[in-house]
Write a protein of this length. Sequence first.
Length: 276
Amino acid sequence: MRTTPRVSSPRRYLMCPPAHFSVTYSINPWMDPTKPVDPPLALAQWEDLRDRYLALGHTVDLLTPDPALPDMVFAANGATVVGGRVLGARFAHPERAEEAARHLSWFRANGWADEAVRAPEHVNEGEGDFAVTASWILAGRGFRSSPLARDEAQEFFRRPVIGLELVDPRYYHLDTALCVLDDAADEIMYYPDAFSPESRAVLARLFPDALLAGAGDAAALGLNAVSDGRHVLLPQTAVGLFEPLRRRGFEPLGMDLGELLKGGGSVKCCTQELRP
């Protein structure tokens, strides 16, 4: 049991209300167009997440939803921001392609200089496949992001980027299989079976004290979580993660985003972090 207290730090997040959220196509194993979405419930669940961030002292900026882009609620996918520099997204599927321009326009209209904002050459889906720790940027690949995105991010952010191979289509983005718990101390949690044997070996070497999630909590998208260094907001159904997090000094906060899960995302997918 950890005895020293965890300390949260104020964060700035970018989110997009699910005003037009629906599941009319399938681009990941979670999406089933035959299962109806309850739009008012999806909005209420999203608002609960936003309000929780605000209550914890964080700042939430809003991206205007587009009726032609139902997946814009998954704002984490639109860009990656590290050290005030913005690497935009290039989506793998045409259904989401136009989201990238909406994100870059938002940054340019909200104080980011042109030289700090880059439209990428290679396919990447923002924080879906980039996770930022104290020492590295972790880059998922295998389903949505190109292996070439790793080098592009390393050059742009001027930080070492570690590539990780995803092998289970249910965990098609890195943020469905891994969560950074403390970005000041290289502390993460992840689901080992989502990664290739080689990538599991890399993770074990870099993060020997990581919290390892089991199959049930991974299937609840329990790794699609957001931590401010103390509070960990995660799906409430990932019950097996709550006590291990508490033993490490974190405060897990269960969230119900069941309607948005129909699109293949939960807490982290809805939350892009704007790192100064």
